[in-house]
Design a binder for this molecule. Sequence first.
Ligand code: GTP
Ligand code: MG
Length: 267
Amino acid sequence: MAKALRQIKEKQSIADLFIVVLDARAPISTYNEEFDAISPQKPRLFIITKIDLADESKLEKIKNRFNDEKDMAILVNLNKNTFKKKIQSAAKKLLEPKMKKDLKNGLFKPRLRAIVVGVPNSGKSTLINLLSKSNSAKTGNQPGVTKGQQWVNTGDMQLLDTPGILWPKFEDELTGIKLAIIGSIKTDIIPQDELFNEGYKLLSKYYPQKLIKIGLKPTNDSNEIYSNLIKLCHDKRFIIKGNRPDLKKGMTWFKNHLRDLKGVTYD
Ligand SMILES: Nc1nc2c(ncn2[C@@H]2O[C@H](COP(=O)(O)OP(=O)(O)OP(=O)(O)O)[C@@H](O)[C@H]2O)c(=O)[nH]1
Ligand SMILES: [Mg+2]
């Protein structure tokens, strides 16, 4: 992680634009404040991905939070080709001052470079593949797919794909849980019962109806959460010998359920 951040810092001087990729399911928790200091004068394009999985009612507010005079934020579903134009025109707008400067200096085909940064699994490589014609960046629904930096030419500009970076904030327990749920950190680094307990509380707080829908009661009380785990095991027939609930199986089921939930934004 430290190495990946250092490598970005080394390249910052040649970047004309920073593209910061955020997950719409946890846009604040996936925002790394360490990037603020890397190159404060350069424009940033915040690409808020996975809107197809996020809470629609929160999207405009999220977008406005990252929009300011110098920076711009857009909401996208990177699995849809139709968003390509929106991304291209936002990047073009932010790069306009640089292009004008190049033209003034007699450079008719400006060399534009953007560095793409973000937490693991936020969609950086998917974005690069969407903008370039090739599928040269490796993607996958797990953290840590991109291992090293790679320049990709899109015709309009050069994009630097970078490995996902986590930052100290993720050590804050709740942020860690959110990042685990959306797949930005490996779930196996968090004890299974803790992930269940905290994930349950998170869902109780933000989307109680989604718990009720699977027959569970929203609550913040760890004892009640435990009772609901037992109920879940019985409902799903996760039973081991002695007619005891298979708690591990119940927790795994819930973890996968959280990972696949749609219409959620936990910030
Ligand atoms: N539903 C949905 N899935 C997306 C979207 N954008 C990316 N994904 C998926 O998210 C997963 C991660 O995408 P990547 O592009 O590999 O993420 P990354 O940021 O490069 O990840 P690292 O290289 O591990 O840092 C893949 O399974 C993508 O298909 C989106 O807008 N909507
Ligand atoms: Mg990647």
